[in-house]
Design a protein around this ligand. Sequence first.
Ligand code: HPA
Ligand code: ZN
Length: 337
Amino acid sequence: DPLHHFLHGLPKCEHHVHLEGCLTPELIFELAAKNGVQLPDPGVNPAYASASTLLERYRRFTSLDDFLSFYFEGMAVLLTADDFAELAWAYFVKAHADGVHHAEVFFDPQVHIGRGIPYATVVEGFVAGCRRAETELGLTTRLILCFVRHLPLDSAAEVYEAALAHGHFEDRVVHGLGSSSTEVGPPKDLFRPLFGAAKERGIQITAHAGEEGDPSYIHTALEMGAQRIDHGIRLAEDVELMARVAREGVMLTVCPISNVQLRCVTAVSELPIRTFLDAGVPFSLNSDDPAYFGGYILDNYCAVQEAFNLSVAEWRLIAENSVRGSWIEEARKTELL
Ligand code: HPA
Ligand code: ZN
């Protein structure tokens, strides 16, 4: 596409990428060997025969929960702060090569704590990766602590308290809170008490909603204080809510290739990109879990271009909205615009 070069050159911001979702099958096998971690028995799950069979299995996800089972198994190979730092660095190198200037990245401390890795080890490693990206690549970065919806509220409260005890919100080591994992099933407002407490402290909040779940999940996320919505593609089914989101300028962090890989839609062309542009809903385009879905941010931009053939002016608007929706100072926004 003649616009490929233009899309590469657009100053991109990424707001929806899970650092654990940057763990490639190669790195899973490498770290498993280094750390002496036993991967699932290939006799039980043949996908684990090799890095290439695992990658092949990733091309056949049937749903969010099918993907999540591999995503949570994969992260078991991460043990030391260096492992987390290496993983984050690998992502930032890819993002930089794709023309990302600013990246806000999710991580799932509850799951690591559940495997016996201290909260401080996880953060130490990811922060080291972020610092290196800032100094060596000139990227600005933000770490967003994600609560996971498949574990009990108590476990989320435990990491929230750990982050507070370390002073990580005041020190801006952690820039905000998110919520992810299984959407349909657990109570829609599971994290209401934590988001309520965080809001009082002025902590920024975003939430995965409207990926597999209907628009009422988005409504509940907004009611609990979310300032952004991650995915949010099903917003298009509720015209009234969509008008409110446009009016309030709530940004959606859309992940086109993820939505196809997890069978939320059958093709990128089915996504409500045109609907959101027409309704004035601000959105950014993102990779979500690039090692699992087979595409980094530029692949997502190109997939949208292929499906929608947007104009240069529309692309400029998408890029501008993604700068305006970033959790950065006005001076940095001006630099990026
Ligand atoms: N949805 C929900 N939870 C997640 C995802 C996702 O796309 N990726 C990693 N955790
Ligand atoms: Zn996600």
